[in-house]
Design a protein around this ligand. Structure first.
Ligand SMILES: [Fe+2]
Length: 361
């Protein structure tokens, strides 16, 4: 399987120029209340027209979903949202994750807010070389939020509370365009493959000196999850590649083949023609992206001399791929070395939840 990965990689570089011409389907949206200014011809848009001082009308929420399906990444400037109104706004799109605080105790005021900045619960800059500091290094790798959860996320909504004077931008990759740009033989090869996503894999990639061996507590709290590599995007039209630096292996493949294939796919998706960069400008800026069809990465800033306070809500997916494929696997497919056995042996799993239960979360 993928025995000629070097040849495949060469082929990928060869086709990359032509893949820029392959355009994914872009839905047309009837003029509405909101105005979208594209960040690139087919990916990312800055959106105006929302009155943030009051709850959103249902038609505005519907329009945001349409824009999200079209552009993948939406930028809202100077929203004026607080922790409370940020959470209220996010609930328009579904139930919210309770943010995990593994290695980084929570400092935001609500459990639905994930701290994505460089500040600790004491409001001081997280010291260099602490476990919390090493943990954040994984955010610099291309990833999609919560793919390491069996119940994956749809949108992330990240709000700037304090910004550094330089750096700390966020880059996004269009995974629908990246899928479209793959050679046909690779598309066919990966069509039904399943990847194991494990947060401790991306932590180790970013900080091997610290996360070579996650603790039993870390493994038990965040076990791996299993999702298909190729999925239908939320627009219901385009196929998309669902991969991230959390992807540790492809089921049913030898380790070397699996590692090689993951690298090929990630290298391919990271090409500049699939990217946009969002520059954070003002406190209150909110960027909302769809984790089901994008990847992103944080860029560097002076994290020992500048403060960066970013708070994120993460919305549970309630679409057809919400729970991945773990319920279709046998215990033999779950990697005990990764701690997966801990998860599969539990009685209740997300796959048994009803839509009502999800939305009540
Ligand atoms: Fe992220």
């Amino acid at each position: 399987m993928f025995s000629s990965s070097r040849q495949t990689l060469k082929y990928l570089h060869h086709v990359s120029a032509s893949s820029t011409q392959a355009k994914r389907h872009l839905a047309s949206i009837a003029p509405g209340i909101l105005q979208a200014k594209p960040l690139s011809p087919s990916f990312g848009a800055e959106v105006d027209g929302i009155d943030w001082s009051r709850p959103l009308a249902p038609e505005v929420v519907r329009e945001i979903v349409q824009l999200q399906n079209k552009w993948g990444v939406l930028v809202f400037r100077t929203t004026g949202l607080t922790d409370t109104t940020h959470v209220q706004y996010s609930k328009n799109f579904g139930a919210l994750e309770t943010a995990h605080a593994m290695n980084k105790p929570r400092r935001a005021s609500l459990p639905q807010l994930y701290d994505a900045g460089n500040l600790g619960p004491d409001d001081k800059i997280i010291p260099q070389f602490s476990r919390a500091w090493w943990h954040t290094k994984g955010n610099g790798l291309w990833h999609t939020d919560s793919s390491f959860h069996q119940h994956r996320s749809s949108y992330s909504a990240l709000r700037a509370v304090e910004l550094p004077p330089v750096g700390g931008q966020t880059k996004y990759a269009d995974m629908r365009a990246a899928y479209l740009g793959l050679p046909n033989d690779i598309k066919e090869r990966i069509e039904n493959l399943v990847a194991e996503h494990w947060i401790w894999h991306s932590r180790k990639l970013a900080a091997p000196q610290e996360f070579d061996k996650p603790t039993d507590g870390e493994k038990a709290t965040l076990p791996p999850a299993y999702h298909k590599l190729v999925q239908i995007a939320p627009d219901g039209i385009n196929k998309t590649l669902y991969i991230a630096s959390h992807a540790r292996r492809i089921l049913g493949m030898a380790d070397s083949e699996s590692t090689s294939l993951i690298k090929i796919l990630l290298d391919h998706a990271q090409q500049p023609q699939y990217q946009v960069t969002v520059k954070w400008k003002n406190v209150g800026d909110l960027v909302q992206w769809d984790n089901r069809c994008t990847m992103h990465r944080a860029t560097a800033f002076q994290d020992q001399s500048n403060r960066r306070d970013m708070r994120r809500t993460t919305i549970h997916d309630h679409g057809p791929g919400a729970f991945g494929v773990k319920n279709l696997l046998s215990a033999d497919d779950i990697d005990i070395r990764a701690g997966g056995k801990i998860d599969i042996s539990e009685g209740a799993t997300p796959e048994t939840q009803t839509q009502e239960q999800i939305l009540a979360m």
